[in-house]
Design a protein around this ligand. Sequence first.
Ligand code: BGC
Length: 730
Amino acid sequence: MSAQETNKTIENKVKHLLSQMTLEEKVGQMTQVDITAIGNIEKLHGRAEELIDPAKLEDAVLKHHVGSILNTPFSPNNEAQSIETWHVLTRTVQDAATRTRLKIPVIYGIDAIHGATYTQNAVLFPQAINMAATFNADLAFKEGEITAREVRVSGLQWNFSTVMDIGRQPLWPRLWETFGEDVHLATVMGTSYIKGHQGDDFSAADKLPTCLKHYVGYSYPLNGRDRTPAWIGERMLREYFLPTFEAGVKAGSPTVMVNSAEVDGIPGHANHHYLTTILRGEIGFKGFTVSDWADIERLYTRDKMAASPKEAVKIAVMAGIDMSMVPFDFSFYDLLVDLVKSGEVPMSRIDEAVSRILTVKYQAGLFEPKPLLPMEGNFATAEAIETNRQAARESIVLAKNDHNILPLKKDANILVTGPTANLLSVLNGGWTITWQGAAEELYPQEKLTVLEAIQEKSTGKVTFVGGNAFDAPIDIQKVVDEAKSHDVILLSLGEHPYTETPGNIETLNLDQAQIDLANAAIATGKPVILLTLGGRPRIITSIAERASAVILGFLPGMEGGEAIADILYGDYNPNGKLPISYPRNTNGITPYDYKPIESFETNIYDPLYPFGHGLSYTTFETSGLKVEKSQISMGENITVSVNVKNTGSLKGKEAVLVYINDVAAAVTRPNKQLKGFKKVELAPGQTESLSFTLTPHDLSFIGVDLKRIVEPGDFTVMVGNETVGFTVTK
Ligand code: BGC
């Protein structure tokens, strides 16, 4: 059947089903509850069969007709379950759905953020900020494929991933869930992930729907704290924050989760302009929107926008929210049924929302479920683990390497210290086994910390001075004493795991204990290799300036320890590049695509390391930058070509980045903007010619009247040290 025929068939099925549904059944479809609402609290540590309370399940699915359930059971801190437990849980829920009058399946959603977060022993990839640092779209595609397969093996049906927010506020505790500060990079990585995750048809046994989040503007809180206001004018919203979502919709993601906070004074969940006028009317999104956690009632309890919980439901539904992540009770259901009965919410709006939800359920194949994929050959396969290790290696940024101190000789005597040296949680961050990712005791013991990976590779003496928890005190005097009998110190600093509001901070500065440790290590006079792990660019300037080498690890995932050791000892030649500007000072939060005024007079873009920075153990040179024509007309593409050569003595990979600048325009333009990148692997002395097509969209911007336009005039293309110009004529 062609895609068009399939759509027509689904449309007919949805119409037919909808025509048989009562108001209560419809509103139930719009209701999503947490598993706690059907959970057996007393039996949280019991057998899988006992985790669900049959009476509560009956109440949710048969009496309240809920359309969706989410999350892993709270036991004791909502942790990953075994595949067997997931099978029992999801089967029990579906069995209940088959006992309903119309047998509409319940869609079970989960946060599988960097792999199947909540399934024990899943392949857990580098977090998104690291995936962006790979500048390798194939790896994002493969991450999507592997994540989808492992989530499906678990019996789960909907993934609350991927984050399409742009990471331009380094204080924000979810920065690492983004693909960094650049629109083009995030667009390419995000859409590649979606394509790998969904394939051409997400009803396939190894695919499932993604969810674009958090629409829109969530990632740019003015004060850096999670779930606080963003001040983004509509031009900037359209230029920086909307395009990734638009691309995600075009890539076929059928669901969108809404911004928990507010933009320009309007909470995301009340914003009709964003949710309906733009998302539906302009972008053409056909799927369904889901609220974020408890965010409809927060229009009343937190935002004081609604005068009552009932008004909150009305505002959100009328703004364009199709499904409510309530999450613990049936208040949304009761209130919405009342609102329809009293005529305050028209039935047409309910029918619209429910049609969208049912359409996605049909598209996902839930009405004719396929047998689950067996674990064997589909879950945590050697191949998937190797892909993960490769992603981790390509995601690590070598920022400084004075006198080629790296790679280390295997027989070097190395002193390892610092709070992030011997923990798995600090390599993974939030959304790992638990929500906050901090339950070190639940991590798979066969995976290696940085220290353990060094111990495996080193043939010299390896000494560790540190504790087994992030905040365990470190004996600084011991570090100083031990340094004498070692050649080099690996100083592993950074952040403990976190996500969302618990990760809020007041400053990007490191805590004093880490600064004291660093100063003492540097004062020994032994060469210091600084490694940082964590989701945000914490200020390391004075340490980095005195260290011999700097490795920015961010959150490289479960194979991160091994990947870092591979790079330290030269078993892998590093090629990660920064997907954000690494600030020099706490207030240095200017992104790379700054406006002319940001480098005018006393203003400067002066990060510690710029966007795109990353060293290799070999050297590369780009040359021969050319544009195919010096003049094009509006609406035409233009091809840019450039050669890249490995000028060093080791094989290596290099991501070539193409930037443009619109020389003069009616709205101020960034000094440069990334519009293309390609990663190549080259042997020493080898050259490759690369070509890139710039489309009218690449040359466009949001004009004075808020419409996307291309203006005639001059453009500059920049690659490496070269620039070349062309003109767009009327
Ligand atoms: C987060 C979302 C997540 C949801 C469901 C919320 O608190 O903001 O990113 O998908 O919870 O767990």
